[in-house]
Ligand binder design. Structure first.
Ligand code: B12
Ligand code: SF4
Ligand code: SF4
Length: 384
């Protein structure tokens, strides 16, 4: 039955399926708790609630006797950047439709096929990053792949880490799979390439963990506040998420394109986002409609504008955009913006290029009520 289920999963486009047991993972609790204690979960409060639950899969679905863990490749080769717009990069997992919906729907398809095969009704719960479950520890315990130093699951051989993970909890007895043995060896390319030094040694043992406070994926997607000035240069061109630690990994040197049309760039935001278009006068509703079913809705319009301002500042510093045109577009937007955090990011961005537009920045300075933010802007004008 297990082999038949595997065939069914592959026929739907999943690149791998392993069977996990719902037994608790006490061995993962210490790593997880230490990560929390070091403050590495940043402001993602939901991760701090009930760590015991994360390492106890049966609490996700009590009737489960087995858990099918699947992975699917999301990779699409990015085309060269467009020349006719000021763009920001979008992480590969987010160029198409939101994987939460896509993966859950495919897991339900898989379930229908399994029920037919088994010949009697089963109960199930389909999960992908939407339950209090330590997915990677469970996936590693049962051989979906091994955990690379960038902390992502790397599949066997050269199947790499450009994959997303989901679980189908079933009240069906199946033999659990063993761990897969793989190694990074002496390599640490991901850690060296990470622009903000977010990949750090774990407190115990030789493993690595990610400090979300420094990870661009957190800063541009989950973070609700401002981006600290010290982190801004690290964003480079990344306006949503980041793939650097994966792009440099030798296990990703032969990426296979995603089998699912839902993950194609034409179905979603694509690889490059028009940054200046984000500053057009659009309501939150129009924004939500534009990014319907896209992961880019998560940081909301405010978060994406914040990210875009940082990327624009980086482009200005690198002399990559035409200054007068950019100033003209931003000045029009800034006239109507009331949000102090965005005004501060805009001031920072405008001060990155040559010939700071002092008059323009000073014009919106009085609208920043917070003394700290206003002082920061004065600092940018004075060249700090
Ligand atoms: C919080 C979170 C984040 C945070 C923190 C990331 C992190 N590495 O901790 C932020 C916002 C930064 C983030 C970023 C990204 N994320 Co994220 N994220 C999660 C989430 C919700 C929890 C991760 C977690 O528990 N971290 C806590 C720390 C302690 O976990 P860890 O470092 O992985 O711990 C490892 C070791 O301690 C060791 N270990 C510990 N115990 C044990 C026990 C055994 C037996 C073994 C063998 C190993 C072991 O293995 C652990 C597994 O890696 C998971 C989904 C989920 N519910 O699990 C998705 C998830 C990890 N993210 C995912 C993705 C795709 C990303 C991004 C690539 C998105 C992007 N392009 O921007 C980046 C990658 C950044 C990176 N290098 O990690 C995928 C990864 C798929 C894969 N192939 O592994 C996941 C699994 C979501 C999914 N369902 O597909 N993410
Ligand atoms: S996703 Fe980017 S910022 Fe985060 S750990 Fe990887 S390279 Fe560093
Ligand atoms: S880049 Fe090197 S160290 Fe990092 S995950 Fe890949 S193989 Fe491991």
């Amino acid at each position: 039955m297990k082999e038949r289920i595997r065939e069914l999963a592959l026929s739907l486009g999943f690149n791998r399926l392993v069977v996990a047991s719902p037994a608790p993972m006490p061995e993962a609790l210490d790593t997880y708790s230490a990560w929390l204690e070091r403050g590495f979960s940043a402001d993602m409060e939901y991760l701090k609630r009930d760590p015991q639950r994360r390492v106890t899969p049966s609490m996700t679905f009590a009737p489960a006797r087995s858990i099918l863990i699947v992975s699917v490749n999301y990779y699409n080769s990015p085309p060269p950047p467009p020349e006719n717009m000021v763009w920001g990069r979008v992480a590969g997992y987010a160029v198409g439709l939101d994987y939460h919906n896509v993966l859950r729907a495919k897991l339900r398809d898989l379930f229908a096929l399994i029920e037919k095969e088994v010949g009697h009704p089963l109960s199930r719960r389909a999960v992908t990053d939407d339950a209090a479950l330590f997915e990677q520890a469970l996936a590693a315990r049962h051989g979906l792949g091994f955990v690379g130093k960038h902390t992502l699951i790397i599949g066997p051989k050269l199947s790499g880490s450009y994959n997303l993970i989901g679980e189908l909890f079933l009240d069906l007895d199946l033999e659990p799979d063993e761990p897969y043995v793989g190694t990074c060896g002496d390599c640490f390319r991901c850690g060296t390439a990470c622009p903000t030094g977010a990949i750090v040694p774990a407190t115990e043992g030789s493993g690595y963990v990610v400090d979300a406070n420094a990870c661009l994926s957190y800063l541009t997607i989950e973070n609700k506040g401002g981006i600290a000035p010290a982190m801004r240069a690290g964003l480079g061109d990344w306006v949503f998420g980041c793939d650097i630690c994966q792009d440099v990994c030798p296990y990703n040197s032969k990426p296979v394109a995603s089998p699912w049309p839902e993950f194609k760039p034409e179905r979603g935001a694509g690889h490059y986002l028009d940054l200046l278009g984000l500053f057009d006068a659009v309501s939150e509703e129009e924004f939500r409609a534009r990014f319907l079913n896209s992961p880019l809705r998560r940081p909301k319009l405010r978060g994406l504008r914040r990210n875009a301002l940082v990327v624009l500042g980086n482009k200005l510093r690198g002399g990559k955009v035409e200054l007068a045109y950019l100033r003209h577009r931003l000045a029009a937007y800034l006239e109507s913006e009331e949000d102090e955090m965005l005004l501060e990011h805009a001031a920072w961005a405008l001060c990155q290029g040559r010939d700071k537009p002092v008059a323009l920045v000073e014009r919106f300075l009085p609208r920043i009520k917070s003394t700290g933010l206003r002082q920061a802007v004065v600092g940018y004008l004075e060249g700090e």
